[in-house]
Design a protein around this ligand. Sequence first.
Ligand code: KE4
Length: 442
Amino acid sequence: MTKDQLISPSRDRSQAAFARAQQLMPGGVNSPARAFGAVGGTPIFIDRAEGATLFDIDGNRYLDYIGSWGPMILGHRHPAIVAALEKAIARGTSFGAPTEAESELAERIIDAVTSVEKVRLVNSGTEATMSAIRLARGFTGRDKLIKFAGNYHGHVDSLLVSAGSAAATLGVPSSPGVTQGTTQDTIILEYNDVPALEATFASRGAEIAGVIFEPVVGNMGVVRPSEEFCDALQQITSKHGALLICDEVMSGFRVAFGGAQSLLGIKPDLTTLGKIVGGGLPVGAYGGRADVMDHILPVGEVFQAGTLSGNPLATAAGCATLKILQDDPPYEKLEALSSQLEAGLQKAAESTGLPFRLARVGSMVTLFFNDSDVNDWNAASQCNTARYARYFWGMMDRGIYLPCSQYEALFVSAAHTEEDIERTIDAAKETLNEVALGSAGG
Ligand code: KE4
């Protein structure tokens, strides 16, 4: 289908809705990733979703590869999750008191993620990472924390840092409102840079409370850790008494039922989770060694609390989701569909002559417009993001809804079909050829 045969979708209602929203909320959105800032144009407003399909308020339909940025691994409105929510809502929406559903979700997480002996439920991935960092500092009595460029862990003040002067590697605030005092204890290194990790611990090991990292990065596009990097993280933190924090908010239950750590053979001290564990409702979680977790109030003295933590609706959706992932694991199907997509994108991109790299772990995929391998932020930051934007819109006009940024992973869901993947590949062939032609001028 060539572009001029496309029924160029009307998006008038989304345009009007966006204009109204911008008067009411900063940028018209409740999370900046949705504002299409990285690709330009107007975000589409969603009316409803079913399976792998989104319907916008102009009546256009799209194959959804964002899946709410990860949670919708089973697709939208999975009948068992809808039923669980209907059952829960008939009993009330929030009590601010313990429920057995919280214990069920906690038990499902503990049973699935072997390094997790105890867990605390919160309301978002940000809350999970913020709490895990506080716990690492409280448990070790140390201040410094290591994170990696290109890894995103939510809008935690102490993690909103950019690399400072190379020598210091001490973080400097990457957002107004974050104080120097907050970021001075954050050390930022390059992902997969073992020598830098070793050198930092050699000089400051006694000050370091923990290291937080994405075991499979999704937030600079998909980037895998090297084996050496995984080994170094495990051994160096253990040697220096620092805690290893695996941020599996995105990769948890996504790349494997036991998380990326189960694929990589890593045993972190703490793990953070989100997205899929809530089945599309707001749930975050942090957990790990019981001797560490028991430092959290009310057993220990590290403070953390939340009005809606363990909310009955959210835990119902989370339990229903993890039950399906355990009883009827979709991972073989996701692997087949995702490798079909990867092969098709590889072929389509190769035929254009455009420089690109393709990365995939399980059902997380990124097509980088980059002429070098992408193993860290240094390389990722060289991507041709203008080219990605043209690719994004060409796919949108063909009814394929990709992540609205080069620095995100696309997600295949268990609701996608082989035909959906073939349609996506056909759309990519046409779009990438258009991008190549359009790039002929540079
Ligand atoms: P939330 O606070 O957005 O639930 O989770 C923060 C977070 C923590 N850790 C990792 C590895 C994450 O990927 C995230 C959130 N991911 C982004 C997408 N890359 C959420 C999208 C958004 O911010 O709207």
